[in-house]
Design a protein. Structure first.
Length: 427
């Protein structure tokens, strides 16, 4: 275990959806002994979340914007441990008027709060806990959303704060290197956390990230970020400091959207154009099919006890429904298996009718989206069919809540239509 015997403090863990929790889980798996911090109304949430960890870590009261709290946390930590091997800075905040497209109208007081909590606090924690680390070295890791060269929609002063955090990381690496203390940042892709839910326009990232990232991206999967932080806390990367480690599926490395392989092949066959030729792009431009539009297909399935199923599909382009369908049929199997088959069918429909659009299939069946080990052979086969279709082009499957799924009522209508008919033998 790469963190065996290491003592790590994680500042900023909240609920089980937080990145801090994913880091805590992975750090304990790697053998680390943990301390957590929280404060105010968030303390009760952190306390409930900490009970899910084994062993349950102690939690210190720490508001990173208050020097007295930092001093008190250092004192409490020194009573428990004679040294600190790693510190994780998982703290960020910007007032509502510093987000959401109000960049030109934000007051300095709000900007100052965002900068203090999200960037300056990393320096304050590093300086405060330095006495516990300077004799033997260690690792400091902060969580970033890459703002080195981009301006993200509606991220506004939080983006500026994250850019400042990256600079703070480099200067801390410069000044703490003499103590063999490494300082790095993990630039994570967008994740569905409690903090992200408060960022206006977060869904703007959600819709496109998995399409452009060459490795894909799952908003619900925080494990890759947790593992990256563990690697930086360990001694394996003992000569890495001042680094921005991207854990975003490769999104940051992509210069712009390009035609997916299946479309390149189709165009080259249709017009006898050489693969890789600029003529392919010119042809696509002339036809106005550069995959700028995103097609969203909502699917749902309903199943009764008699082996009768109803399915619904609702296709949206630019927020407008362009196609809806409901139908019923016989099905022997589980509801998750049925939903996976419906997702696969929706992807086939998109390939046939809208071949030049990016496609997002949305389902309220979480196992289809998130399952790592499907529960049965039949479900495993169904999920494999979905994954295979996603690999053919710019197509992804995402989760949507049942309340927000317009295909839910269509599936019910499909089930009602077949319920009025005599029972059919399942194929």
């Amino acid at each position: 275990m790469i963190l065996e015997g290491k003592r790590v403090l994680i500042a900023g863990m909240s609920d089980r959806r937080s990145i801090g929790y994913a880091i805590a889980v992975e750090a304990q798996k790697a053998g680390a002994e943990l301390l957590l911090t929280s404060f105010g109304r968030m303390m009760s949430i952190t306390q409930m979340t900490a009970k899910k960890l084994n062993p349950v870590p102690d939690i210190l009261e720490l508001d990173v914007s208050k020097p007295d709290d930092i001093a008190a946390a250092v004192k409490e930590t020194s009573k428990k441990w004679d040294r600190l091997d790693g510190l994780v800075h998982s703290v960020a905040y910007a007032p509502p008027d510093a987000l959401g497209g109000q960049f030109l109208n934000t007051k300095w007081e709000s900007v100052a709060t965002a900068l203090q909590v999200s960037a300056f606090s990393f320096k304050e924690l590093a300086a405060g806990f330095l006495p516990l680390m300077k004799e033997h070295g260690g690792s400091l890791v902060t969580l970033d959303f890459d703002n080195s060269t981009q301006a993200w929609p509606k991220y506004d002063w939080m983006g500026v704060s994250k850019a400042a955090l990256e600079s703070v990381t480099r200067y801390l690496a410069r000044d703490l290197g003499r103590y063999k203390i490494r300082v790095n940042a993990v630039c994570a892709g967008p994740l569905a956390t409690l903090a992200a839910s408060g960022i206006p326009g977060f869904k703007d990232f959600e819709e496109v990230w998995g399409l452009r990232a060459p490795l894909g991206w799952e908003l619900q999967d925080r494990t890759p970020v947790g593992r990256a932080v563990v690697a930086l806390l360990s001694d394996y990367l003992n000569m890495t400091t001042g680094e921005l480690l991207h854990v975003d599926g490769g999104f940051h490395a992509m210069g712009t959207d390009w035609l997916p392989p299946y479309l390149v092949a189709r165009l080259s066959q249709a017009r006898n154009i050489m693969l890789g030729s600029p003529q392919i792009l010119n042809y696509a431009l002339k036809e106005g099919q550069l995959l700028r539009e995103c097609l969203v297909i909502y699917v749902d399935a309903a199943l009764d006890r008699n082996g009768r199923a109803g399915c619904g599909l609702a296709v949206f382009i630019r927020g407008r429904a362009v196609y809806t369908e409901s139908f019923g049929f016989s099905h022997l199997g589980g509801s998750a298996q049925l939903e996976a088959h419906v997702c696969a069918g929706a992807l086939d429909l998109a390939a046939a009718r809208w071949p030049y659009h990016r496609v997002i299939v949305r389902t309220d069946c979480a196992p289809v989206v998130r399952s790592r080990m499907p529960s049965s052979d039949s479900f495993r086969v169904a999920v494999f069919e979905v994954r295979e279709r996603c690999r053919r082009g710019w197509r992804v499957v995402r989760y949507v809540s049942r309340k927000a799924n317009p295909a839910h009522e269509l599936a019910r209508e499909g089930l009602k239509s077949i319920s009025r008919q005599p029972a059919l033998a399942a194929a």
